[in-house]
Design a protein around this ligand. Sequence first.
Ligand SMILES: [Zn+2]
Length: 216
Amino acid sequence: MPAMPPLPANDQLLDYVTSCALPTPWAQFTLHAFVEHSTGKEHLAMVLGDVKDGEPVLARVHSECLTGDVLFSQRCDCGAQLEGALQRIAEEGRGVLLYLRQEGRGIGLLNKIRAYRLQEAGADTVEANLQLGFHADARNYELCQPMLAHFGVRSLRLMTNNPRKIAALTRLGIDVADRVPLLVNRNAFNNSYLDTKQAKLGHMMTPATVAEPGAT
Ligand SMILES: [Zn+2]
């Protein structure tokens, strides 16, 4: 099958700034920094290996979750998904992780903490966002297009359990050649959160979709 040509980048949305080496416990990635024009937010990409050859690239589009990614929160599964994705990319020696600064499914850190507070009073994660006047999921993936185009990436093997993310990327003209399920880290604190993501946001988390570590 002929390799897909790279998409032209939509440079209206963000600028490429710079890059550096980023050693991690799993591999030495290259960290690339972008800045979004409309918000001034800094978005990041971690890249490993040669991703410009036109073949589908193992990829994760990860939205920032400060509590889960940095503070070890067990209220969600973000930290485990981030770690699992970087580990899988390192195992293959090739891949891209986009780190988008859209905290709390797009509502921001303070509102996420407000939503957690509402959840402690009985709301689920979707109801809490709605009570605060937000959509259930306010994330926007349009930045993925210029970021991936910058690296010459057109086609993904996307690590996700979220069919809405696949649909959003496809609408942007990004080819999702395959979905690679991510292991879900269930615990006593995130059990009902994960059930809500499955029931109300369509996430695919049945055991049948869970990959064995190292499977392709
Ligand atoms: Zn999270």
